[in-house]
Design a protein around this ligand. Structure first.
Ligand code: 13P
Ligand code: SF4
Length: 352
């Protein structure tokens, strides 16, 4: 860490006082997350975005879809700033508004639009969230996907769900939490006509999973799990539900970043974990718990490159601009898109 940058960030933050509120996702770098007022998983950060109405600026240390959601959920006088505009998410980019409209047309053609409920992962663009809200669906995160599906099939009365854009979270939740089988799930591939599915397949499916995935979590394999169990006797394999089915089904514990932290923090000294999630978080847990064995599930380096784009030079630049009365890298969502996205986000925030 560069002490000069840390000193400048601290000075700019102090000068701004209550006028700035800094949110940090658990995958952020150590030196950046040290400046966050609140750290959390995607759900907690969405809940907390509007927690400081006195702050006119919200600096989001995370990725683009999180900053968009914060803009949708905060008051009009609040500006949301993403220190580096190139901090996107490859998974969110796997579902474009045009592709999702096409998929809905295919569902209409199959005669099953009534009875199909969109459930979209937080890791999606505001346009996808608006699509979800327009069709009476909900957003979910990795910490409430089960409740979102329970709601879609229960209170909302759905016969099937179109789950966007992470096929793994959708499949893992449907099978492990709702007791469905692989046969209840089909994968809609936006690059193929009709998603590569027949009308009958769309009709008979309970889960229409979008063909999207996280490039970071997609690297963990069943072999990683087998290898670490041999290497570290007594290890508990603790993974994020964005991992593939073969990994999640072989793991001991599965949950969001907030859950992963809680499990490791609360484990007794001497416990061993192999953690399958982004490396900044795993390294932070290992450093915080020298009395526990915490290893990365993969042997290779596996940071989320877009989360890592938020670094100290960008944070200092954004904070110093604010301290001078300038706004850089503001994220704004089109008002009509925001209205429908907000509907879907509010639905998530009121899930039982
Ligand atoms: P959570 O923090 O909600 O577990 O999400 C992980 C993630 O991939 C965010 O990009
Ligand atoms: Fe997107 Fe995966 Fe990075 Fe999360 S870890 S921001 S899902 S690419």
């Amino acid at each position: 860490a560069d002490p000069d940058l840390a000193r400048r960030a601290a000075a700019a933050k102090a000068a701004l006082g209550d006028d700035v509120f800094i949110l940090g996702h658990h995958y952020q770098r150590d030196d950046v997350i040290a400046f966050a007022d609140v750290t959390g998983d995607s759900f907690k950060l969405a809940q907390q975005a509007a927690a400081r109405p006195a702050a006119s600026a919200i600096v989001f240390c995370g990725v683009h879809f999180m900053a968009e959601s914060a803009d949708i959920l905060t008051a009009d006088h609040q500006r949301v700033i993403l220190p580096d505009l190139a901090a996107g998410c490859s998974m969110a980019d796997m579902a474009t508004a045009e592709q999702v409209e096409q998929a809905w047309d295919d569902i209409l053609d199959a005669g099953v639009a009534t009875g199909t409920v969109p459930v979209s992962y937080m890791n999606s663009s505001a346009a996808i969230k608006a699509f979800t809200g327009r069709h009476g669906g909900t957003i979910c995160t990795s910490s409430n996907a089960e409740r979102a599906l329970d709601w879609a099939f229960g209170e909302r009365g759905g016969q099937r769900v179109i789950f966007l854009p992470d096929q793994h979270l959708g499949r893992n939740t449907a099978i492990d939490k709702l007791g469905m089988s692989e046969a209840d799930c089909v994968v809609y591939d936006p690059r193929r006509p009709g998603g590569g599915l027949s009308r009958a397949q769309l009709r008979d499916a309970r889960m229409i999973l979008w063909r999207g995935h996280c490039s970071v979590h997609g690297r963990f394999t069943r072999e990683c799990v087998d290898e670490v169990r041999e290497r570290v006797p007594g290890v508990q394999v603790l993974v994020h539900p964005e991992c593939r089915r073969e990994v999640v089904s072989a793991a001991d514990l599965v949950g969001s970043t907030e859950y992963i932290i809680k499990v490791v923090d609360e484990a007794p000294p001497g416990s061993s974990f192999a953690v399958g999630t982004e490396l900044n978080l795993v390294q932070r847990l290992a450093n915080r718990h020298p009395d526990k064995t915490i290893v990365f599930l993969d042997r290779t380096v596996c940071f989320c490159s877009t989360m890592n784009r938020i670094d100290m030079p960008h944070l200092v630049w954004a904070l110093e601009a604010l301290a001078r009365g300038e706004t850089v890298n503001r994220i704004t969502v089109d008002p009509e898109v925001a209205t429908y996205s907000r509907k879907a986000l509010d639905q998530m925030l009121t899930l039982p």
